[in-house]
Design a protein around this ligand. Structure first.
Ligand SMILES: [Zn+2]
Length: 305
């Protein structure tokens, strides 16, 4: 939108002692000289912010490195059997699809992808999309028609992803993006083990539910195992022809929605399964909205509240 102002931050790293160091002394190994030259080159970074939508259920947000070989493709000199020497478990990702079009245009070899949270690989990201920042490291083409980039991505990736509102932002947006606590809305297809009464469901719509969630087992290997407290608000529901339900819920940031549905044997309490007293499974999940971050409750001081 406000593309007239130049928020570009061509960030030059603070000079390190190596950068200030004098040229290598004569007789220093060539490798060392080369290394010094590399260190002396300041890094230019550009930050492109936008929002992405994801329309498929087989696409991770970022590169899905093989957990067996950690992306190295080989184990003890032999091709990794888990990924067949590919190094990754999926062909591409939201990150790679965007980079595929952005990097050549910026004449850039290296980038980082920052998302405002992430959805599971099998969860679609709909509505107005999820904020992200593509950090371009040492782009040789610093100015670019971002509208053209957007159109190229949306044309070539039609049906898989779309991006909107691409714009250059300052470096501090990365931290803001990472720290923002966005409530989210979801559309959930729920399969109940037994028929559910609409009256019972209706009674759950009134208020926010306070939910305690222990870290789900599926992510316990990479997240601290602890209890977190989150609110979940059931907004509406539909009874589908085959006995499944479609629920629309709004959740606090960081809620594990699939586990809110199943209850995961009591690791989440209360859960939809517990409230209905019927085992329920999350069949399909879509993020339908990423809402503006909630106002901080602590140290808001003054203000209208
Ligand atoms: Zn592998």
């Amino acid at each position: 939108m406000s593309s007239t102002q130049p928020p570009t931050e061509q960030h030059v790293e603070d000079p390190t002692p190596e950068m200030r160091a004098e040229a290598p002394a004569p007789g220093q190994p060539a490798e060392q000289k080369q290394q010094n030259r590399m260190q002396a080159r300041p890094k230019i970074r550009l930050f492109v912010e936008g929002r992405y939508e994801k329309f498929v259920r087989d696409l991770p947000q970022t590169v899905f490195f093989c957990p067996e070989c950690k992306g190295r493709r080989k184990i003890k000199g032999k091709p990794c059997t888990r990924c067949n020497g590919f190094g990754k478990l999926t062909k591409d990702s939201v990150q790679e699809l965007i980079e595929k079009f952005a990097l050549p245009r910026f004449r850039c070899w290296n980038s980082k992808f920052h998302g405002a949270g992430r959805e599971d690989i099998d969860v679609r990201m709909l509505g107005t999309g999820r904020p992200f920042i593509l950090e371009l490291i040492n782009p040789k083409m610093p100015m670019l028609d971002l509208r053209e980039l957007e159109e190229a991505i949306n044309k070539e990736c039609a049906g898989r992803i779309a991006v909107h509102d691409l714009r250059l932002v300052a470096r501090n947006r990365v931290a803001e993006l990472k720290e923002a606590k966005h409530p989210k809305e979801y559309s959930i297809r729920v399969h109940p083990a037994n028929p559910v009464s609409p009256e019972k469901l209706q009674s759950l719509l009134a208020d926010r539910l306070q939910v305690r969630q222990r870290t789900p087992e599926r992510v316990a290997h990479r997240r601290a195992d602890l209890d977190r407290h989150r609110w979940v608000h059931l907004l509406s529901f539909e009874m589908l022809d085959d006995g499944d339900l479609r629920l629309h819920v709004r959740c606090e940031h960081g809620t594990y929605v699939k586990e809110f549905v199943s209850g995961e044997s009591g690791r989440t309490e209360p859960s939809l399964s517990a409230l209905l007293q019927i085992p329920c499974a999350c069949v399909e999940l879509d993020v339908t909205a990423i809402l503006a971050p909630e106002a901080k409750t602590e140290e808001t001081g003054g203000g209208s509240k």
